[in-house]
Design a protein around this ligand. Structure first.
Ligand code: FES
Length: 262
């Protein structure tokens, strides 16, 4: 198979960037999208040209690194997968494919297709953790958790922080990311003592980083490689309202599930 690739090339953050057209030759249908880019890069290196910079790590849909906008869609045309799980058989032979980086002010471009996504890390650092001491694994498992509750927490925890939700949103909102993290921790007993602080701190950090607000377009849900639903954004809004009620003194925060504190 042969493809014409229009790839965004940008030397660095200060460069204005442009599309450059390359031909991907001798591509097999079983190649992943990243393997196809590897083969293009090998040819560029052999020709003495600068290879295209792109992010990848696990190539198993786990790490969230492979952040490419393919023909206008984060992670490409298939739902519920990351770019590394996309195979070239998905495209007709001879297709023209446009490849761009995540585009959002809060994700400045480092080089070519690589963007700086540390803004998501800073949101996590603001409150996306549990600091109460829950003991070892056995102690943790002493707390019985209902099946529905455990499944909700697990669905939210499947967020890999890739940032596709931001890239798909007209407002470059990180609401689905924050909603998944807040909902995951708020669903579990270990996460309840800090839930008021957590939701406020993470939303404030999101605003500080320059992410926009949710516009109810559901584009984030459509592109999420882990199929995380916007119901978690509704949950985030409830958590935020609840935080207001707690701070007004009408509701009190529960104690940590174990007597020990961090
Ligand atoms: S490379 Fe890790 S999710 Fe794609």
């Amino acid at each position: 198979m042969t493809f014409t690739l229009n790839i965004w090339r940008q030397k660095g953050p200060e460069d204005s960037g442009r599309f450059v057209t390359y031909e991907a030759r001798d591509v097999s249908a079983g190649m992943s999208f990243l393997e196809m880019l590897d083969s293009v890069n090998q040819r560029l290196i052999a020709d003495g040209e600068e290879p295209v910079a792109f992010e990848q790590d696990c190539r198993e849909g786990i790490c969230g690194s492979c952040s490419l906008v393919i023909n206008g869609v984060p992670h490409g045309p298939d739902r519920g997968i990351t770019t590394c799980q996309l195979y070239m058989r998905r495209f007709p032979d001879g297709a023209v494919i446009t490849i761009e980086p995540w585009r959002a002010r809060s994700f400045p471009i480092i080089k070519d297709l690589v963007v700086d996504r540390r803004a998501l890390d800073r949101i996590m650092q603001a409150g996306g953790y549990i600091s109460v001491n829950t003991g070892g694994a056995v102690d943790g498992n002493v707390l019985l958790i209902g099946k529905d509750q455990a499944e909700t927490a697990m669905d939210a925890a499947s967020c890999i922080g890739c940032g596709a939700c931001v890239a798909a949103c007209k407002n470059a909102s990180a609401m689905l990311f924050v909603a998944a993290k807040v909902s995951h921790l708020a669903s579990l007993p270990q996460g309840k003592p800090e839930r008021t602080h957590r939701v406020r701190a993470m939303l404030e950090a999101m605003d500080r980083e320059g992410f926009g607000s949710c516009g109810n377009q559901y584009e984030c849900e459509a592109v999420c490689p882990k199929s995380i639903g916007v119901r978690f954004i509704a949950n985030l809004n409830r958590e935020y309202l609840r935080a207001g009620v707690v701070e007004s003194g009408l509701l009190s925060e529960p104690e940590a599930p174990h007597a020990e504190s961090a």
